[in-house]
Design a protein around this ligand. Structure first.
Ligand code: GRF
Length: 203
């Protein structure tokens, strides 16, 4: 299967996926990496791995729709079987999401449905939560609201800060995303209606 990854920042999740997909038995190949920011370090990681990149700079568009149309055209040039959002920091329009229904995955640094949106680590600390974590979900029109596929937990220590918590969560992200992507490439994950399924069983 052909994997396209969308990034916006440092690309540590992309790096984890590059490392995993290079393993001989991995059932998929990253054919392109797309980014909305020309200066993102994630693009450097892709280039160093010999992976084709494309940039659709959102500051050059005067509408969200215009950006999404251009991004969709670039992505479709690569005929993806799966579209992986990895630290991609744009809210996508419903039309865009519909075009990739059932083949678009996202990783979010919280135990969804808690803390959709931004600043998830500080919010978990402020709430006095004892656990936090990461969720990987199918992307639907609800921001960070699609059916959850897998989660990983971290314990919140009394001396944790948003920064230390982010580090713990990021470590789990780098472990979990390659596992979920492997399952998808093996055909073991489907979005049936609004239900995520693993080997045909509702998750
Ligand atoms: C991190 O906050 C991570 O939790 C989230 O996206 C941000 C950057 O990730 N998924 P990356 O290093 O660009 O993959």
């Amino acid at each position: 299967p052909r994997i396209v990854v969308l990034v916006s920042g440092s690309g540590s999740n992309l790096q984890a996926l590059i490392n995993a997909t290079r393993e001989r038995d991995f059932p998929g190949e990253i054919v392109a990496v797309g980014c909305n920011r020309p200066d993102a370090y994630a693009l450097e990681r892709a280039k160093q791995a010999g992976i084709e990149t494309f940039t659709v700079d959102h500051t050059l568009f005067d509408s969200r729709e215009g950006f999404d149309v251009a991004l969709k055209a670039e992505i479709e040039r690569h005929s993806p079987d799966v579209l992986v959002l990895a630290g991609f920091m744009r809210i996508l329009t419903a039309d865009f999401v519909r075009a990739f229904h059932g083949i678009m995955l996202n990783i979010h640094p919280s135990l969804l449905p808690k803390y959709t949106g931004l600043n998830t680590h500080q919010r978990a600390l402020d709430a006095g939560d004892e656990t936090h974590g990461v969720s990987i979900h199918f992307v639907t029109e609800d921001l960070d609201g699609g059916p959850v596929i897998a989660q990983a937990e971290v314990n919140i220590a009394s001396d944790d800060t948003a920064e230390t918590l982010a580090g713990k969560v990021l470590t789990k992200e780098h472990i979990l995303y390659p596992i979920v992507l492997r399952w998808f490439c093996e055909g073991r994950l489907q979005l049936l209606g609004d239900q995520a399924c693993f080997d045909g069983h509702p998750i």
